[in-house]
Design a protein around this ligand. Structure first.
Ligand SMILES: [Zn+2]
Length: 480
């Protein structure tokens, strides 16, 4: 292990109101203890203090009044986008217009800015129940160094979250018919070399690995066909997963039809992107035949309902995917399209949204919690996370139901209360790899107010860059 995290030896979580295991038996156990040893769960049951013959001074968390679940898994994000949230100029823009404006802001991001963006993104995820996250880092401004994934990994280790970053890229710029300006475009060869560097430096295949690498060219409208092909070759040589945006908007359908005379999925599938090592973000504009192809080949999906709603892109047909047997997890997506990184909030939105359009049986609270845990684990290809049982990773979150928002819920259905009643999405405790990362609602070692000040300062620098370079006031509201 190259990670710096030092799991505690033993940790007892005692008398949880309910432990929702999300194991194969889908057990939900009232008034139950969880015993953690090192990076793994050793036992789940009642009175473990006696039955496991624990020493009297074993470190203990009082679980009374709390729901314990496997830590949630976020399978799509762009950390740096936390720095350009709720930008007045693009509040009402659809994806392509929104992106083009944002590229011109992001091009001036430096190492300090990327570090701050990652800290904000990871803090918000930790507070809303996330214990494992991916990140789709595709922005490599020409003025910045190539080692930007390294910064994200640094911050993840500093905060103690399990991390599966994806090496993203944009290699098809506006000069060659792509969407982004050339200031954020890389050469295919540089990306391919960085794939090899990152895999050899960070990819950890041990059972409780805290860092694994995946590969992720950004989208069909900003990456060359060659890089899509070569990414598959590198990934399959090393046994790592691959990821990209797919079928997010109607504009993407038009772009792929005009440029490739294909639907987006046909275009990437023709480059080899079909199989259990592939996961796609969004899949809003996917049809039933494509869903069945996903199910047959093992392709999985990151569902990002907030970003799809925020940009007016549409609603991904997730109930049909689940019915067909496609693995689906949640992604908060970049916080400039979502404007939030509330992972439990994604699940509540999905619960409401799919019922609004599909009826009262379209999706249940437990379906959504399953997607946050087992679904996410399947998407990332990690069977040690997303479940609570002996031998699973010791990633546990505790939500305190002793709050006004949940009053009554503990007496009826405390597990479903997290989704049905849940307007309070903050964890009280989060344990990752056996180590307490959030304690009584506070992230260990984080100076939260200083982080907010740092982020605001970076945002002001980006806006000033936009004004200086393009003469555009990003803070000016469009007419309303
Ligand atoms: Zn995205």
């Amino acid at each position: 292990m190259t990670d710096s995290s030092q799991p505690q030896d033993l940790l007892l979580i005692e008398r949880c109101r309910v432990v929702a295991c999300f194991d194969d038996a889908r057990r939900e156990l009232d008034h139950t203890d969880i015993l953690i040893e090192g990076p793994a769960i050793r036992a789940i049951g009642k009175n473990l203090r006696e039955s496991e013959k624990l020493p009297p001074d074993v470190p203990t968390i009082d679980g009374r009044g709390h729901v314990a679940l496997p830590g949630f898994i976020n399978v799509h994000h762009h950390f740096w986008q936390t720095l350009t949230r709720v930008m007045p100029r693009v509040q009402n823009a659809k994806l392509f217009d929104w992106l083009v404006e944002q590229y011109h802001l992001w091009e001036s991001l430096d190492v300090d800015g990327f570090r701050t963006g990652a800290r904000v993104a990871l803090s918000e995820l930790l507070l809303t129940g996330c214990t494992t996250t991916s990140d789709h880092h595709y922005l490599f401004p020409t003025a910045a160094p190539v080692e930007l994934i390294d910064i994200d990994i640094d911050v993840a280790r500093e905060l103690g979250i399990r991390f599966q970053p994806t090496r993203g890229s944009m290699t098809l710029g506006e000069d060659d018919g792509g969407l982004p300006p050339m200031t954020v475009i890389e050469k295919d060869e540089r990306v391919l070399a960085d794939y090899e560097r990152l895999i050899s430096k960070y990819h950890d295949t041990s059972p409780y690995a805290m860092t694994r690498i995946s590969l992720a060219p950004c989208a069909p409208f900003n990456v060359t066909t060659h890089l899509f092909q070569e990414t598959v070759n590198v990934a399959r040589r090393h046994g790592v997963k691959i990821h990209t945006h797919l079928a997010e908007t109607a504009d993407e359908d038009v772009y792929c039809a005009e440029r490739y005379n294909k639907r987006p999925f046909d275009f990437v599938a023709d480059q080899g992107w079909e199989g259990p090592d592939v996961w796609f973000a969004h899949c809003v504009k996917i049809n039933q035949e494509e869903i069945e192809r996903f199910a047959r080949s093992g392709v999985s999906v990151a569902h990002c309902p907030s970003a799809n709603c925020r940009l007016g892109s549409g609603i991904a047909p997730v109930p049909a995917m689940l019915k067909a047997g496609v693995a689906v997890g949640f992604g908060v997506d970049g916080s400039a399209s979502n404007d939030s990184g509330d992972l439990l909030g994604e699940a509540r939105l999905a619960f409401l949204l799919h019922r609004a359009v599909g009826g009262e049986n379209a999706i249940s609270a437990r379906d959504c919690l399953y997607m946050l845990t087992r679904g996410g684990a399947a998407v990332l290809g990690n069977d040690r996370i997303g479940r609570l049982e002996p031998g699973a990773a010791a990633d546990v979150v505790l939500f305190d139901l002793d709050q006004v928002a949940f009053a009554g819920g503990p007496s009826t259905d405390p597990v479903a209360a997290l989704i049905h009643c849940g307007t309070s999405h903050h964890v009280s405790w989060s344990i990752i790899n056996g180590r307490i990362v959030v304690e009584r609602g506070r992230i260990q070692g984080l100076a939260e107010q200083q982080l907010v000040r740092d982020a605001n300062a970076v945002t002001e620098r980006l806006v000033a860059h936009g004004m200086k370079k393009r003469g555009i006031d990003y803070l000016k509201h469009v007419e309303w």
